[in-house]
Design a protein around this ligand. Sequence first.
Ligand SMILES: NC(=O)c1ccc[n+]([C@@H]2O[C@H](COP(=O)([O-])OP(=O)(O)OC[C@H]3O[C@@H](n4cnc5c(N)ncnc54)[C@H](O)[C@@H]3O)[C@@H](O)[C@H]2O)c1
Ligand SMILES: O=P(O)(O)OC[C@@H](O)[C@@H](O)[C@H](O)[C@H](O)CO
Length: 488
Amino acid sequence: MEWKSLSKEHANQSNHDVKETIVQVGEGNFLRGFVDWMIHQLNVKGLYDGKVVAIQPTPHGKVVPKLNAQDGLYTSVLRGVENGETVNRAELIESISRGIDPYNLWSDVLELARSPHIEFMFSNTTEAGLTYHQETFDENTSPLSFPGKVVAFLYERYKTFDGDSSKGITLIPCELVEGNGDLLKEIVLKLIHDWQLPQAFKEWVETDNLFCNTLVDRIVTGFPRGEEDSFRERLGYEDILLTIGEPYHLFVIDAPEEVAERLPFHKAGLNVKWGDATPYRELKVRLLNGAHTMMFAACYLAGVDTVYQAMTNERLSAFVKDGLFNEILPTVQADDEEKEQFAVSVLERFSNPFLEHQLTDIGMNPLYKFKTRVVPSLLAYVEKNATLPNKLALSLAALLAYTKPVDKEGAFLAGDRNGTRYIIRDNEQTLAFLETVWEEYEAGDATLEQTVHKLLVNTEIWGTDLTQMKGLTEKVTADLEQGIHELV
Ligand SMILES: NC(=O)c1ccc[n+]([C@@H]2O[C@H](COP(=O)([O-])OP(=O)(O)OC[C@H]3O[C@@H](n4cnc5c(N)ncnc54)[C@H](O)[C@@H]3O)[C@@H](O)[C@H]2O)c1
Ligand SMILES: O=P(O)(O)OC[C@@H](O)[C@@H](O)[C@H](O)[C@H](O)CO
């Protein structure tokens, strides 16, 4: 049977006279399954009246054409257990009006910047996107970096409204980086300096625009590969942007009361907290993201593909629980009951049978994630116990095994699991370093222990010299020699 593609024919709300009030840098799974889903809830409940324009952050994006082909529509499916009940809820999300590819239609972005209605900017460009890149400014073309686009957008707005203080906007970045709002502001100011833009513009950015720190939490696994047929039957249309996630969500936004009034997520029954994100961040990044990062390589190399498969495998789930409860949890500074409860909820969320969270997806930029999400637990454990945490050390060995290249794969490297190729994705410098170090090993110019030493001594990668941790190089070498799948 031929299914119709999702389009405005299926919409419940009219797209006429829509007011575009939110600009969003990013169009990925997470934003669609989280922020845009939340704006939709506000619109539906009459608590907000505005739509989102999604801007593609990099020249390689593939989502904007799909979004526009579907008139900005897509379906969110939330699957899992909520308040003890199994839910499997599909909802047409109508909060996005359109997408813009700024590399082809930069003039559309500038036109948006000139709109008096714009009041918020959301973003999620991954940790790699929220970084400073030196680049030149040409008013007629899109800057390459995310912060560069923000500066160009704000500058156009500043000029259009002649520095009117009421035309500043509230920026709510969702990248999983500590102090994300402060960092975005810092990079924006640095670019304004680089580009020698007027001092008055800099002052307008600093005083009339608000940069908020946030913390986000929801597992969004994206498109349900392999389930296309059953979804067509269920929905009655073809949706190439179907977005699967769990029902659980938490959004912490550090912003003043007036922002909460303009964007009343909490009144729509959403789990949005207004205030300092720091305490939530520590718990979430160390316990949830830390456990994901600790488990992905070891479980993948042991032969399973998804988090759920790992959690339903006796040996692998014992590994995850041991690492989480005995090695990560005691090192996190938080109220005992609160952290225990959070760790229990993490295991429940990982055991969600309705989510197919691919371990290789969690393994994107794995060395960077290990540095920010696991190394703090490793260091704190050794400091506290004067001995190595067995499971975290094993997860480090697994990470090295996972990132050992066998080939190149476009701009990335390829790894091998018993004849199955997977892509090793990280930043350019990290990949070049891995390639060189492992080539020397393969050429017989370094022993395995010397290779592990070369990897662990790199402070750029780990944020610290891991060879200083007594016995770690030897333990990781021994684990690699024995084979990760034997040990987990
Ligand atoms: N998926 C989740 O469960 C989840 C939950 C919480 C937080 N997050 C965060 O969201 C981020 C995105 O996850 P996703 O599932 O939406 O992935 P995705 O692949 O669907 O989207 C990634 C987005 O980031 C952009 N991007 C990638 N590299 C970039 C760069 N160097 N510069 C600018 N933009 C860049 C892409 O163009 C795309 O818009 C993750 O890094 C993660 O920190 C994800
Ligand atoms: O999204 P990443 O790639 O930064 O990390 C992988 C997972 O740990 C992450 O997506 C979690 O599922 C998410 O952070 C839950 O809120």
